[in-house]
Design a protein around this ligand. Structure first.
Ligand SMILES: Nc1ncnc2c1ncn2[C@@H]1O[C@H](COP(=O)(O)OP(=O)(O)OP(=O)(O)O)[C@@H](O)[C@H]1O
Ligand SMILES: O=C(O)[C@@H](O)C(=O)CO
Length: 434
């Protein structure tokens, strides 16, 4: 008997791994059966899902490489038959003056065909996680992006909150703005504004959003846009379009994972404000924690072995934390000695080897903090796909993976974006799996 597969409707390209699970989480919660792949699959086997998220690690690599990988993902998704492409970046618009958000957006726009190909939006808003956009300015909680902890990010310091200006500095296309007063007026007003902007020669519109209601309005106005570029928030407004057309069944959130087994560990390479608070909370509770010193690694000490030998005898007693997380001044001092990219890579390499060793030692519930760190860890675990499970905090679900480093066993993994999660996130994650 021929098996009937549903053709995927939405194809997503995420520029980091935590961002990919964040997006997949929002799609699953909005009723789309979602599959997340690690990198671009090497075969063209049809995937039975409503949405596919291809997770790349392209946020901070050279722009030309990010473009090449994103175009490859785009071609693969198109071959799967998706109707709409979604380029997912960070809710804090993490990028450098060289990109990669602008260059990748332009390359994807060039690759589009059909009506609407010359126009797209930019919208990192995610109100549930306190990322809002007003008059083109991105707020993190109560402060402008440029006054938030993001100004000290180790790889992508964000020092300008004006998204029109930031995006314009990364793209040849003219950037315009759809203000919140228009967004709150509803989908017709937004569509009219899109047309007016296009008539003025605008190719990319930053769209304000301060609430989920704004995102739902925007979602309707995006129904026919072939390429959407956004954080994960905009995704909550898209499924309604397919539901209205009767091509998306009402799925109860498909977030059931197999039962969790094995030891528990946290590996943290994020230096964001929220992660620093989470590490502090863990340490202040007297729970086992091992600090990775990047300078020791650089001087040739086998820190991976040290960390694994430290962890081995205590894994049976409960979760352990291994972290390189540090406050901005300490990170700066390390970067001054090692170089920014070199320090980042060194720490990612160390933490991913530690994560691999922990899984080989029997860890089957693993919390990873930090987008770049998560990318390195998931690659080290040799994983092809992630199944999305229940949400721990907005933007962060548990997932389950099949890892080749433990002979195909199931490992429960959560990839926590740097600035997501409450201060007790690590403890809460494990209690949720029980
Ligand atoms: N002590 C340290 N000194 C220098 N660099 C560090 C240190 N600890 C971590 N790093 C590097 O800082 C970078 C942190 O980026 P990562 O994406 O993992 O976290 P994040 O930016 O907080 O998360 P997200 O991208 O999800 O917001 C990584 O490249 C990591 O290797
Ligand atoms: O959008 C966010 O903030 C996250 O999904 C992310 O991309 C962090 O790396």
């Amino acid at each position: 008997m021929t098996q009937h597969l549903t053709k995927p409707l939405l194809g997503c390209i995420a520029d980091d791994f935590t961002g990919a699970t964040d997006l997949a989480n929002n799609l699953v919660r909005a009723g789309m059966r979602t599959v997340q792949t690690i990198g671009v699959p090497t075969d063209n086997q049809p995937i039975d899902a409503d949405a596919i998220v291809v997770a790349l690690k392209s946020r901070t690599i050279p722009a030309q490489d990010a473009i090449a990988q994103s175009l490859q993902a785009h071609a693969w998704l198109k071959a799967q038959g998706v109707e709409q492409i979604y380029f997912k970046y960070c809710s804090t618009f993490d990028s450098t003056p060289q990109g990669n958000i602008g260059p990748v957006t332009e390359a994807l726009m060039d690759a589009m065909d059909g009506p609407g190909k010359g126009f797209t939006i930019v919208c990192p808003a995610f109100p549930e996680n306190n990322r809002t956009i007003f008059k083109g300015h991105l707020f993190v909680g109560d402060v402008l992006l440029s006054d938030s902890g993001m100004r000290n990010h180790p790889l992508t310091p964000m020092t300008d909150a004006n998204l029109v200006r930031v995006m314009q500095s990364q793209t040849q296309r003219k950037v315009g703005l759809v203000e919140q007063s228009c967004v709150s007026a509803g989908p017709d007003a937004i569509r009219a504004r899109f047309q007016a902007l296009q008539a003025e020669g605008v190719g990319v519109a930053v769209v304000d959003a301060i609430s989920n209601q704004d995102l739902m309005h925007m979602g309707q106005a995006l129904a026919d846009m072939p390429l959407v570029t956004a954080g994960s928030g905009v995704a909550i407004g898209l499924p309604q379009n397919w539901k209205a057309r009767g091509v998306l069944a009402a799925n109860a959130a498909a977030d059931t994972l197999p039962a969790a087994t094995g030891y528990q560990a946290v590996v943290s390479g994020s230096c964001s404000v929220a992660t620093n608070a989470q590490v502090l909370h863990w340490r202040q509770a007297g729970k086992p924690a091992f600090a990775v010193d990047p300078l020791a690694v650089a001087s040739g000490t086998d820190v991976v072995q040290q960390a694994l030998s430290w962890a081995a005898p205590q894994l049976k007693d409960g979760p352990v934390l291994i972290y390189a997380t540090a406050e901005p001044a300490a990170v700066k001092a390390i970067q001054n000695q090692l170089g920014v990219a070199q320090a980042g890579e060194l720490v990612e390499h160390t933490l991913s080897n530690i994560a691999k060793g922990l899984v080989q030692a029997g860890v089957r519930q693993l919390v990873v903090a930090g987008g770049e760190t998560s990318g390195a860890v998931v690659q080290a675990l040799d994983v092809e796909r992630m199944v999305i499970g229940p949400q721990i905090d907005p933007g962060v679900p548990w997932t389950s993976v099949t890892s080749k480093v433990c002979h195909g066993d199931t490992v429960h993994v959560t990839l926590k974006s740097g600035n997501f999660g409450t201060h007790d996130f690590f403890e809460k994650s494990f209690s949720l799996l029980k």
